[in-house]
Write a protein that binds this ligand. Structure first.
Ligand code: TXA
Ligand code: MG
Length: 321
């Protein structure tokens, strides 16, 4: 059921059940982070391997020290500036976080979502919420309550509807190695904003075999249709435009039926493009077409995170060469 009742959502969560919640990034599949029983349900509903750990959502910055054993100056600076917001901090965990939540890793991922309804919910609960994105493992993240209902509606008792997600890309994950900040997943908080706050940061290149950041699996965020990445005009010379879908940044292509095209932002605004990105991929994936043709955005601002998702979505498909 989709609804807006905090009371119903809280009752299910108190009972150890799983509920979908809105955030500013994407919808999450939430359960009591301190309950193994609830955590098991999250992994099962998502069909997610147990080696891929979950982010823990808190009500405010003051709670970080309850769950993290260390909270460095750099991490504090980021937290004060960007939380609540699309930032997840990886910090050494305290024992009360179950190992299942971190897949046995020594660090826990903590985040405070900037969404009024979900912050109210977190404030009235006596426990934090573990929540991965509310999609089946490996598929596109949901940015509306309806997206969640379409795929997991039979498996979750309640979907808290907080409207369409304002940012539309998952949080940026930042950890620390030998005191240096490392971005493990590019996301809704631009790299530039982080650098402006704490200076230089390392960006971990994504790989499918890096156990420190299992979320960076290569073929993540993928539609079921093949997705080819490149110069759209050139690709259209080699495929049938009538059976192709197009995901472009700014321009339309006259050869392709308009209903098979999504232009993310005619004005070239990366923030608008991010907000529309996952819904656009879902829409194109639902059409009776053979292939989705897409192009990269300029590698700046949220364009970097969109390009990361596009590259991983394309990793599953064979190229035209
Ligand atoms: O914006 C977001 O972060 C959304 C909303 C719902 O908060 N959540 C989200 O969760 O994207 P998920 O599970 O789809 O992606 C989180 C990624 C995982 O792929 C996981 O590998 C990584 O974060 N992660 C979580 N805990 C970790 C840990 N302790 N160590 C390393 N990576 C971790
Ligand atoms: Mg996810």
């Amino acid at each position: 059921m989709i609804g807006t009742s905090l009371e119903i959502a809280a009752n299910y969560l108190h009972a150890g059940q799983v509920v979908a919640i809105p955030t500013e990034t994407v919808y999450g599949l939430a359960g009591n982070a301190l309950s193994e029983e609830a955590l098991v349900k999250i992994f099962e509903i998502k069909n997610r391997p147990r080696f891929d750990p979950l982010i823990v959502h808190l009500a405010d910055v003051n709670q970080i020290s309850h769950y993290a054993a260390e909270f460095s100056e750099k991490a504090k600076k980021l937290a004060e500036r960007f939380m609540p917001g699309p930032l997840t901090l990886l910090l050494p965990k305290r024992n009360l976080i179950p190992d299942l939540c971190t897949s046995g890793l020594a660090k826990v991922a903590l985040r405070i979502p900037a969404h009024e309804l979900t912050l109210k919910l977190l404030n009235q609960l006596p426990f934090p919420l573990a929540a991965p994105s509310a999609n089946p493992f490996g598929y596109i993240s949901p940015t509306t309550a309806q997206h969640v209902a379409d795929q997991l509606g039979q498996k979750v008792p309640y979907i808290l509807d907080g409207g369409p997600c304002k940012i539309g890309l998952e949080s940026t994950i930042v950890g620390f190695e030998q005191g240096e900040a490392v971005i493990y997943r590019k996301g809704g908080l631009p790299v530039e904003a982080i650098q402006e706050c704490i200076g230089k940061v390392h960006i971990q290149p994504h790989s499918s075999s890096n156990p420190a950041a299992p979320g960076m699996l290569k073929s993540h965020y993928a539609p079921r249709k093949p997705l080819l990445l490149g110069n759209i005009s050139q690709m259209l010379e080699r495929v049938d435009p009538l059976t192709s879908g197009v995901l472009s940044f700014r321009t339309q292509f006259p050869q392709v039926p308009p209903a098979q095209q999504v232009v993310l932002s005619p004005e070239g605004d990366d923030i608008q493009a991010a907000r529309r990105f996952f819904a656009a991929l879902r829409y194109l994936d639902s059409l009776p077409i053979e292939v989705i043709l897409a192009e990269l955005l300029p590698e700046q601002g949220l364009g970097r995170a969109i390009n990361d998702r596009l590259t991983r979505a394309a990793a599953r498909s064979t190229s035209l060469d």
